[in-house]
Design a protein. Structure first.
Lengths: 127, 722
């Protein structure tokens, strides 16, 4: 089991994590294209990121979602019908989509954001 | 599976190969349809004109247009020129808005002689569309059993003889998914249409449309149930249709506005995710969630619609079925449907018949199957209902017509009108599940009394009257059919509007045009004839629209947005209606509002009505209910709800029931109810733009811009006759 854990109390909202994530996957700095999001309200920064709970998986009609050997939920783009059921099923709003892309996207616990966070608010847990 | 794929293939004989150019769907349309003739193996493409789109929209509209052009006023269901047409619609196949994968199938029905239409899930219609065709029409008859295979990625179509493949759908579908898939994953890119061994012998034959369930690793079957389409399919010697399309994506319809489509769909996914467990629990038990509700409101048919409730109904209600249905599965009949109502019983082991002792997956029972094959037959063991459901499906028999027909026979048996001599020894006492199952096995084998049952209620009624001197008036009252089609499974006695909803339905008494019982009976929200007529205009037109677009009705009102009850007309679920406007515009780029929806529907609906007239149906006398659908036929029936009926005599008829005999009360009530029914008929016909005989007026044709010469011709001919 491998997943990302955020400590929202430490987060300053600098978005270095989101920039790193969208840069890696979409080659641009754009929070809409990041798998990790910072929800800023009431002067608090809430780190929103997939905890690999797998609740998106069973209702996927194509079984495009599955656990890999490390317990990370992986989306197989080739199999995805683009229905967005998983986006609605995700209890923590960590499955994201773009209008122009068929498949949604999600955190694969690669850890690039952990390395970029200046205040160590993120941790990659391996159990 | 008894035979391996290579053995099956070794006996295939190719009759025709046809190559076509792959196309691109633009804003929901390919703008071409596929024509196949099995008499001479002719295959061709037909262009779809702008006029066809304007007047007929798609789906059922295209089917009706194609069928009209193929037949003449003398065509019978078994004539080679009769066609089976099928199509999804312009919105069909999108994976974002739940319920967008329906196929609408049309043919001249063996049961009614007029066009029947059936709206079915499974993947066939959308895959056909992605393969390049907005509709498929199959004409002619093959000499030997054939399979038609459409390869939507390589652009070729093959007709071949297939003597060895199984007839029963749960096996046949699996054989064909295996045969045409190059690997396990590809099985989901295939869909099979098949009937079954009993469909060959019975008017009640239906079609199974498959979708591959990746989790269960087997084909699931959804049914185009009503009106005997499966019998026509087998009469044409079609064993199966197979389509393969790999490359499913959300934007294959080439919509103009993907953003709105995704946002509207996602909002609904979220609503279902949040609310279904506290609303209709469709994800847990599918449409069977309403069994107990119907029982509570005296609407669940028992003993051939004699009564509407029974203390034993809790043995077949959702609590019991939930323990049988596999929970938590992705049970959408099309990708992107998150309501997941297609429940299944896994690892079911039949106790009778050729599949006794094997482990099978049964799709259902849905509400109608519980109503038809459990409560209406007074069968109260849920597993018996599942077994009847299984055999109906795999043999290719409509559970609704089967249930209503056997219920009719069991009532005849109760009164001694039907005896063991006439059933060839079958004991048709209420609740005899063994006999119900034996009838099915006889239907499959093409032997015995089952063959007669397979002809349906109207035929059996006439057989009993003409050959066994049965009391014609009584049988006409209790035989629950109109136009030759059996009623679906709701008791309509206390809702005049629903009586009309059933009888005016163009194809016969199916509730898919209108289900008004709660509005009418429970909420009393349409007390006048005019209000009922308005509802019997609006709802059938609104619901017809689903069949033009390739959509599922359940998504409209089997999940309800928060706040809906505070809207001016909660029964219309206007937030969802607005969603339809939005997704129509998002896909086709054309404007849509409620008036335009109704107009699109009115055009096809009126066309279908005139099609009925052309085929010799569609008359006022064809809209006449059996009295069982309107009021109590027998003394025991009256007495069972005496308080209710007495009260009506007092309050509505203005007579004092305490001074009347039971017979007097029954005839007074009958007269009152039938008189009201006639007034309703006049009022509804007028609202629909029809004359007193049920013939659309020329002014109406003009108003809806359907002054087609072929329609005017039929209308004028019928007018002269009247
Ligand atoms: S969007 Fe793709 S991954 Fe998500 S549920 Fe639909 S098919 Fe599965
Ligand atoms: S609600 Fe049920 S029938 Fe309708 S599309 Fe969804 S799964 Fe199919």
């Amino acid at each position: 089991m491998k997943y990302l854990k955020g400590n929202s109390d430490l987060c300053t909202g600098c978005l270095a994590c989101a920039d790193a994530c969208s840069e890696l996957f979409f080659k641009e700095k754009n929070i809409q294209k990041s798998c990790i999001r910072i929800n800023q309200n009431d002067n608090k920064n809430n780190i929103i990121v997939c905890n690999q709970c797998g609740k998106c998986m069973p209702l996927c009609p194509t079984q495009a979602l599955s656990y890999n050997s490390q317990g990370v939920v992986i989306l197989d783009k080739n199999e995805c019908s683009g229905c967005l059921i998983c986006v609605a099923e995700c209890p923590c709003a960590c499955m994201h989509y773009l209008v122009e892309e068929n498949a949604p996207f999600k955190c694969i616990a690669c850890g690039i954001c952990v390395k970029k966070c200046p205040v160590s608010a993120l941790e990659l847990i391996k159990e | 599976m008894t035979m391996n794929i290579q053995e099956l293939k070794s006996k295939h004989k190719t009759l025709k190969v046809f190559n076509y150019k792959l196309g691109n769907i633009d804003k929901g349309y390919n703008k071409r349809t596929l024509y196949i003739n099995l008499s001479n193996n002719d295959i061709k493409e037909k262009p779809v004109s702008d006029q066809m789109i304007d007047k007929f929209t798609g789906g059922k509209g295209f089917d009706m247009r194609l069928l009209w052009d193929a037949v003449n006023e003398n065509t019978k269901w078994y004539d080679p020129e009769n066609e089976i047409c099928m199509a999804t619609g312009p919105l069909g196949g999108n994976t974002n808005y739940p319920g967008s994968g329906k196929t609408i199938v049309v043919t001249l029905s063996p049961m009614t002689g007029i066009p029947i239409d059936s709206n079915v899930g499974g993947h066939f219609g959308p895959f056909l569309k992605f393969s390049g065709f907005d509709a498929l029409e199959i004409q002619g008859k093959a000499n030997n059993d054939v399979i038609i295979y459409i390869d939507g990625n390589n652009g070729n179509i093959k007709i071949f003889e297939a003597p060895l493949e199984a007839h029963d759908s749960h096996i046949l579908a699996e054989q064909l998914h295996d045969m045409f898939a190059d690997n396990e994953r590809e099985k989901q890119h295939i869909s099979v249409v098949s009937a079954g061994s009993a469909a060959e012998h019975c008017y009640l034959g239906m079609l199974n449309f498959s979708f591959w369930d990746r989790a269960k690793k087997l084909p699931r079957l959804k049914q185009a149930g009503r009106g005997g389409i499966g019998h026509v399919f087998r009469n044409k010697k079609i064993k199966a249709l197979v389509v393969k399309y790999s490359g499913l994506k959300a934007d294959l319809n080439n919509p103009v506005d993907m953003k709105t489509l995704k946002e509207t769909g996602l909002k609904l996914h979220r609503q279902i995710n949040k609310l279904d467990s506290s609303q209709f629990t469709m994800r847990e038990v599918g449409t069977a969630n309403i069994v107990s509700v119907m029982n509570d409101y005296d609407l669940l048919p028992t003993k051939n619609f004699k009564y509407g409730s029974d203390p034993q109904a809790n043995k077949v209600d959702k609590k019991v079925l939930k323990t049988l249905f596999t929970q938590g599965a992705a049970d959408g009949c099309w990708f992107g449907c998150s309501l997941h109502c297609a429940k299944a019983v896994d690892n079911f082991i039949p106790r009778t018949g050729p599949y006794k002792g094997t482990s099978v997956t049964v799709d259902g029972p849905e509400y109608e199957t519980v109503g038809g094959c459990a409560s209406n037959l007074y069968i109260w063991d849920a597993k018996d209902c599942v077994e009847i459901n299984f055999y109906c499906d795999t043999y290719g028999i409509d559970t609704i017509s089967f249930g209503s027909t056997v219920a009719f026979l069991m009532e005849c048996f109760e009164y001694g009108i039907l005896t063991k001599d006439m059933t060839e020894g079958l004991d048709l006492t209420w609740g005899n599940a063994d006999s119900a199952l034996e009838i099915l096995h006889q239907m499959s084998r093409g032997q015995g009394f089952g063959l007669k049952v397979g002809k349906g209620t109207r035929w059996l009624k006439n057989w009993l009257i003409n050959e066994h001197n049965a009391d014609a008036a009584f049988l006409k009252d209790i035989a629950m059919e109109v136009k030759g089609l059996e009623y679906s499974e709701y008791v309509s006695k206390e809702s005049l509007a629903q009586q009309g909803g059933y009888t005016f339905a163009l194809k016969g008494p199916q509730h898919d045009e209108a289900w008004l019982i709660f509005m009418d009976m429970v909420n009393n929200s349409m007390p006048t004839f005019e209000m009922k007529a308005e509802a019997l205009h609006y709802f059938p037109m609104f619901r017809t629209w689903f069949g033009l677009q390739g959509l599922c009705k359940l998504i409209w009102n089997d999940t309800i947005p928060e706040g809906n009850k505070d809207t001016p007309e909660p029964a219309k679920v206007m937030e969802h209606v607005h969603n339809y406007h939005k997704i129509y515009t998002a896909i086709t780029g054309k404007f849509m509002d409620t008036d335009s929806m109704i107009l699109q529907s009115e055009r096809v609906y009126t066309f279908q009505k005139i099609f009925n007239l052309r085929m010799g149906g569609g008359k006022r006398s064809d809209d006449h209910p059996p009295y069982r659908a309107v009021g109590p036929v027998t003394e025991e029936e009256y007495l069972s709800r005496q308080e209710r009926y007495d009260k009506q005599l007092k309050e509505e008829v203005g007579v004092d029931p305490s001074n009347m005999t039971l017979q007097e009360k029954m005839s007074a009530l009958k007269k009152h109810r039938m008189d009201k029914y006639e007034v309703l008929t006049d009022t509804v016909y007028k609202r629909k733009g029809w004359d007193k005989n049920g013939v659309p007026t020329l002014e109406h044709l003009k108003r809806i811009d359907m002054e087609l010469p072929e329609l005017i011709d039929v209308v004028e001919k019928v007018r002269v006759k009247n």
